[in-house]
Design a protein around this ligand. Structure first.
Ligand code: GLA
Length: 385
């Protein structure tokens, strides 16, 4: 199993100095982790409780005030970007990653923060798989670094909500708050149970004898272009048909709602059953019941595949291959779906053999080798220094 090395602060500072040799200030550095969702998908935008875990990989942003007006941004994964002052309004044609940068500046300015007109930015991500919330990680790191350069230090829920506004207003994805909450509020050594209705967060310790393995299916997913927003609209229709509030549907849906539309009935069944599984998974983890936890992961995958219809052939196959390995308690797709990654709960001493076997089975069937790594829980996003 190849485990990519995570980037460190000194690498980011050196890259910034190389790219902007004339910068007169040392950059402020911020790091925001990615996250793997252990269980509870597609219920955050309807008031459910979810169980994500921030991971050791994420996004660094280095920021310093620049000379003249305009933002000069560089990245280890994206082409160079220059924004002029008017470009920070929503809807400007600034390209995909430009929308995050202009969104962070626009959201901070909208909150009354005086962002310097000239900014130098370097962003570097090291998240080795898709579906691990690189967007929330990038948004939060940008807000922290640009905020610090501007004399503002946002934190906690306010920071998570500001990052969500970047997605809603600038990127065009009507996402819930799970990813931003995980990235901001996470604790090292634990997963985070986040109640999206009350917005209360509580750490959930992972029992000894459990490794969280992540495998990238290799299928790219573009959340905005996918059926994500459509699923949200379907839930609005469910709420309307049952005269319920869409913002709290996950906790108010009856177990067997009477819905004439069969598609809507399946969507509702996923939401209600996934919420129960999150509750049961927290209980199972508390008791150290790894078999029970794994069975809930498997059931979650089946529900996302059959009732919510957000999986794909490669994710189904990868989850199934993991399940057939000795020492695997359970496996499921994680995150929004339509491609992305699988999360598997495994016995630590079986991770290497099981992952190699799963990787070669996947390669034989699909011709691509999935990237696989053990996710370690990381603390929430922060400014360095
Ligand atoms: C994406 C969204 C989240 C959540 C998940 C699915 O990651 O950003 O808000 O809805 O999909 O659980």
């Amino acid at each position: 199993m190849t485990v990519p090395a995570a980037l460190g602060a000194s690498q980011i500072r050196d890259a910034f100095r190389r790219l902007f040799p004339d910068a007169s200030n040392d950059p402020v550095l911020a790091f925001a982790p990615g996250r793997v969702n252990l269980i509870g998908d597609h219920i955050d935008y309807c008031g459910g409780s979810v169980l994500p875990m921030p991971i050791q990989y994420g996004t660094w942003v280095a920021a310093a005030p620049g000379g003249g007006a305009g933002v000069h941004a560089r990245s280890n994964r994206q082409p160079p970007l220059t924004l002029r002052p008017g470009d920070t309004a929503a809807g400007q044609p600034v390209g995909h990653w430009g929308r995050f940068v202009s969104g962070a500046i626009g959201v901070l300015s909208g909150d009354g923060v005086r962002v310097p007109e000239g900014l130098l930015l370097y962003a570097a991500g090291d998240i080795p798989a898709s579906g691990l919330s690189s967007s929330a990680s990038f948004s939060v790191a940008l807000l922290l670094a640009i905020g610090a350069v501007s004399g503002q230090r946002a934190e906690g829920l306010a920071l998570a909500l500001a990052a969500q506004r970047i997605e809603h207003e600038y990127v065009g994805v009507a996402c819930g708050l799970m990813d931003q909450a995980a990235v901001v509020l996470g604790h090292a050594g634990a997963a985070l149970r986040f109640d999206c209705a009350s917005r209360l967060a509580e750490p959930v310790a992972l029992p000894a004898g459990l490794s969280i393995v992540v495998a990238d299916s290799g299928v790219p997913r573009t959340l905005a272009g996918s059926a994500y927003n459509e699923r949200r609209r379907e839930l609005d229709r469910v709420a309307q048909a049952l005269a319920l509030d869409p913002a709290t549907l996950a906790v108010t849906l009856p177990a067997r709602p009477s819905l004439a539309d069969r598609t809507l009935a399946r969507r509702a069944r996923h939401v209600a059953s996934e919420q129960r599984r999150v509750n049961d998974a927290c209980t199972a983890l508390g008791r150290g019941d790894l078999k029970g936890f794994g069975a809930l992961l498997n059931a979650s995958h089946a529900s996302l595949r059959d009732d919510y219809e957000v999986s794909c052939t490669e994710l189904d196959a990868l989850a199934e291959t993991f399940r057939s390995q000795p020492g695997c308690y359970g496996a499921r797709m994680t995150g929004a779906g339509f491609g992305g990654a699988v999360v598997a709960a495994m016995a630590p001493d079986q991770v290497d053999a099981g992952s190699s076997a799963a990787a070669s089975a996947h390669r034989q069937r699909f011709g691509t080798t999935p990237r696989i790594f053990v996710a370690r829980s990381h603390g929430g996003a922060r400014v360095h220094g």
